[in-house]
Design a protein around this ligand. Structure first.
Ligand SMILES: Cc1cc2nc3c(=O)[nH]c(=O)nc-3n(C[C@H](O)[C@H](O)[C@H](O)COP(=O)(O)OP(=O)(O)OC[C@H]3O[C@@H](n4cnc5c(N)ncnc54)[C@H](O)[C@@H]3O)c2cc1C
Length: 93
């Protein structure tokens, strides 16, 4: 379930337009918060929402920044779980 969920999230960010406006940024952040809240593992959902509150929502202006942001928060979960940290420097390629 976790792997498929991350795959869906990375796929969605990969399909975003290159340039952002305030409306699109707000839509993504609303989606992320709702996705996090609805995640079927309740303990995971609580940890995830705490982490997103701590790290902040997406504030960037481009698809590249969005993909880097998602890579970063995925890494925060990896860190909590003791998983390897993914290189986010070439996440767009
Ligand atoms: C919102 C959310 C919260 C979660 N919270 C928890 C939790 O609290 N406790 C828990 O046990 N599990 C949690 N999970 C599940 C966990 O993150 C893993 O998905 C699960 O353990 C399966 O791990 P995996 O090895 O298949 O790799 P996953 O982390 O699922 O990653 C799948 C693949 O994505 C690639 N990848 C890894 N890191 C990145 C990155 N930063 N950017 C881009 N690609 C990357 C790798 O190729 C990896 O094999 C959560 C999942 C989600 C979606």
């Amino acid at each position: 379930m976790g792997r498929q969920s991350w795959s869906l999230l990375h796929m969605i960010t990969g399909a975003f337009p290159q340039k952002f406006d305030d409306g699109l940024r707000q839509k993504f952040n609303t989606f992320l918060v709702l996705f996090g809240q609805m995640y079927p593992c309740k303990l995971c959902a609580n940890h995830f929402m705490e982490m997103v509150r701590r790290e902040g929502l997406f504030k960037g202006n481009s698809k590249k920044e969005l993909m880097e942001y998602l890579c970063y928060i995925h890494n925060k979960v990896n860190e909590q779980l003791g998983y390897p940290i993914h290189d986010c420097s070439n996440v767009v390629e």
